[in-house]
Ligand binder design. Structure first.
Ligand code: PDD
Length: 279
C-alpha cells in the first residue's frame, strides 16, 4: 500500500515516525475520514471546514487544505483503486523533545493519509444492524475530531465483542451519538437527532440527511433523545461517511419494529442514495 507522509508518497512500511511525535505520546492530532462517490470526494468542503475547526481548536498550525484533494486522488491512482474509496487524513502536532504536556508553537505538523476501497455495506444498509447502549465516557470537546478517541474505541470494542455493529452512547440519560456514527430516531414520521454541541461531532452525513429532509418537506427536530423514552420511538438509524444511512433493528435485547428497517428510514435511504448516486 502506498501512503502519503509529509509531501511524499511511500510504501506504508517505509514511513518513519519519531516516537516523540506528539500523536504517539499524547494522541495530539486531528483527523478526517472521507469517501468518494463517482470517484469524487463527497462533501469535501464540509470535511475541510471541520478539519480546520478541529485543528484551530487544538492550535495546530496548518493551512495547506487545497492539497488534500490532490493527495487523495494521487493515492487512489498509485494504489490502482478504480472503485469508490475512503480516505483517512491525519495531522499530528509534530515532534517535540523532551516529552512535556505543554507545547511550543514552532513544531512542524506531520501529515499522513491513506486510501482504501470502500467495503461492501449493502447487507447492513438493507437489513439493518444491532447496537448496544453504552455510557458516553468521552471528553467534553467531541466537536473536535481528535485522534484521541480511546473511550469510543472501548465502546466500539464492546459492541464488536457482543456481535453488535455500533455502540450508541448516552450521557446523563440523553443519547449523544454512536462511537463513530450520528444517531437518529423517528416518531410519528418526524425525525429526531441530538442537537449540535460540544457533546457530539458535527456529522456531515447527518447534515446531508437534514438538508434532504428540508428539501423534501420531511419534518425533523434537533432535540435530545432520552434513553428512558427510547421505546416511545418507532424507528432508529445511524449515519456516517462509510455507514451511510443504516437502519437500527435491535437495541440491546429489544427488536425495534420487529427487527425490520422502518418506513421513514427507508425513505431517507432512498433520498440519500439518489443524492450520492448523482453527486
Ligand atoms: N467517524 N460521530 C462520530 C463520533 C464519528 O466519529 C463520526 C465519523 C460520525 C459521523 O460523521 P460523518 O457523517 O461526518 O462521517 C459521528 C468516522 C467515519 C471515523 O471515525 O472513521
Amino acid at each position: 500500500m502506498i501512503v502519503y507522509f509529509n509531501s511524499k508518497f511511500l510504501h506504508k512500511d517505509d514511513v518513519k515516525i519519531s516516537p516523540f511525535d506528539r500523536a504517539f505520546l499524547f494522541a495530539d492530532g486531528a483527523y478526517e475520514a472521507l469517501r468518494s462517490y463517482n470517484q469524487k470526494l463527497f462533501r469535501l468542503e464540509d470535511h475541510l471546514k471541520r478539519f480546520e475547526h478541529s485543528l484551530n481548536e487544538l492550535s495546530i498550525p496548518f493551512s495547506d487544505f487545497n492539497n488534500l484533494e490532490i493527495i487523495a486522488g494521487e493515492l487512489a491512482k498509485k494504489n490502482n483503486i478504480n472503485s469508490e474509496y475512503s480516505v483517512y487524513m491525519q495531522i499530528s502536532r509534530g515532534i517535540s523533545f523532551p516529552r512535556t504536556h505543554h507545547f511550543v508553537n514552532n513544531i512542524t505538523p506531520n501529515v499522513f493519509a491513506f486510501v482504501k476501497p470502500i467495503a461492501d455495506n449493502r447487507k447492513q444498509v438493507e437489513e439493518g444492524v444491532s447496537v448496544i447502549l453504552e455510557k458516553d465516557l468521552r471528553w467534553l470537546r467531541c466537536d473536535i475530531k481528535s485522534t484521541s478517541v480511546l473511550p469510543a474505541v472501548m465502546a466500539s470494542q464492546k459492541a464488536f465483542l457482543s456481535g453488535a455493529f455500533e455502540a450508541v452512547l448516552y450521557r446523563n440519560n440523553l443519547i449523544t451519538e454512536g462511537s463513530h456514527t450520528s444517531f437518529f430516531a423517528v416518531k410519528n414520521n418526524i425525525l429526531y437527532t441530538t442537537p449540535l454541541s460540544n457533546y457530539i461531532l458535527n456529522g456531515i452525513t447527518r447534515k446531508v440527511v437534514l438538508e434532504l429532509c428540508k428539501e423534501n418537506q420531511i419534518e425533523f427536530s434537533e432535540e435530545n433523545i432520552r434513553t428512558d423514552e427510547l421505546k416511545s420511538y418507532d424507528e432508529f438509524f445511524i449515519t456516517g461517511t462509510t455507514t451511510e444511512v443504516t437502519p437500527i433493528i435491535k437495541i440491546d435485547d429489544w427488536f425495534v419494529n420487529n427487527g425490520k428497517p422502518g418506513k421513514v428510514t427507508k425513505d431517507i435511504q432512498r433520498l440519500f442514495n439518489f443524492y450520492t448516486k448523482n453527486y
